[in-house]
Design a protein around this ligand. Structure first.
Ligand code: PBG
Length: 325
């Protein structure tokens, strides 16, 4: 064996400290954004059946949720609203006393340091469940932009630190940037869902948010999972229009896209580790089929390795706990 020529890669794996020394990617609690479903009504804290461990909470229970989030060192939350009243144009999305606006004010008052990211979309607020205005069964692009800009401005007025438009209409970043600037919110950044696929991985979210489309699907506005170049076209438009962060969504099946986006742009890249990705892991963990902690940390670390600077994840509280151990 003496004269065999080969490299000894195992030299750098000999102990836990040696491995820590050469580790290339570190997951940190500061990378995590925790999504919260705020529901209109009182005394509600209901677990989403398809998302064990994730609750819909009413305003009066938001303090409990936020105390936990803050005590775990999580610095940023993403708010989704679930209104009682839905209508054709999603009026509650941009109502001054809408649920996200109220939740934002509450959090800003009690936890001024926490970064509030507001999801800016109409699907949770429209009776048809689509993300834009409908006419004759068609989802109209340009009329939807005005409503989105209005929604973003009302969220910023309530105190949102970051606007995160997720509806995939063309020009939404430009329209929202203009709306924010005209209302005096030129310092509020836009975290654009720049690359958002028409994915079955959103299934559990639609249970949680009651936002499943009542007819058809989202394939005329969300992207075809088969496409890669299209992701770069979408992201380029959003960057040109003034996006400050770029979201890739979902993440787990789209790590190649995360890497493409990371290599192409110099903005912070955000992975949205979506509901279906969460539920798959939770379901398997609850059955005792996988080791949840190791798998979740491996998954989130892979997302960072692929190029995510930040990760929106329902595992944020679990991960924060495990990272602190
Ligand atoms: C709203 C929105 C969706 C998600 C985030 N914002 C659902 C959708 O587009 O149907 C999905 C998030 C998740 O699955 O965790 N447009």
């Amino acid at each position: 064996m003496k004269d065999l020529q080969f490299k000894r890669h195992r030299r750098l794996r000999t102990s836990a400290n040696m491995r820590a020394l050469v580790r290339e990617t570190q997951l940190h609690v500061d990378d995590l954004i925790y999504p919260i479903f705020v529901v209109e009504g009182k005394n509600i804290k209901t677990e989403v059946p398809s998302m064990p461990g994730v609750d819909q909470v009413s305003l009066d229970n938001l303090k409990m949720e936020m105390d936990e989030v803050v005590s775990l060192g999580i610095k940023s939350v993403l708010l989704f609203g679930i209104p009682v009243e839905k209508d054709e144009i999603g009026t509650q999305a941009f109502h001054d006393h809408g649920i996200v606006q109220e939740a934002t004010r509450f959090i800003k008052q009690h936890y001024p340091e926490v970064i509030i990211v507001a999801d800016t979309c109409l699907c949770e607020y429209t009776d048809h469940g689509h993300c834009g205005v409908i006419e004759g069964g068609k989802i109209l692009n340009d009329p939807s932009l005005d409503l989105l800009a209005k929604t973003a401005v009302s969220q910023a007025q309530a105190g949102a630190d970051i606007i995160a438009p997720s509806n995939m209409m063309d020009g939404f970043v430009a329209a929202i940037r203009k709306g924010l600037d005209e209302a005096g919110f030129e310092d509020v950044p836009i975290m654009s869902y720049a690359v958002k696929y028409a994915s079955a991985f959103y299934g559990p979210f639609r249970d949680a948010a009651g936002s499943a489309p009542q007819f058809g699907d989202r394939k005329t506005y969300q992207m075809d999972p088969a496409n890669r170049l299209e992701a770069l076209r979408e992201a380029h438009s959003d960057v040109d229009e003034g996006a400050d962060f770029l979201i890739v969504k979902p993440t787990l099946s789209y790590l190649d896209i995360v890497r493409d986006v990371r290599n192409e742009f110099n903005l912070p890249v955000v992975g949205y580790n979506v509901s279906g990705e969460y539920s798959m892991v939770k379901g398997a963990a609850l059955n005792g089929w996988i080791d949840e902690k190791t798998i979740v940390l491996e998954m989130l670390t892979s997302m960072k390795r692929a190029g995510c600077d930040l990760i929106i994840t329902y595992f944020a509280k679990d991960a924060a706990r495990w990272l602190a151990e």
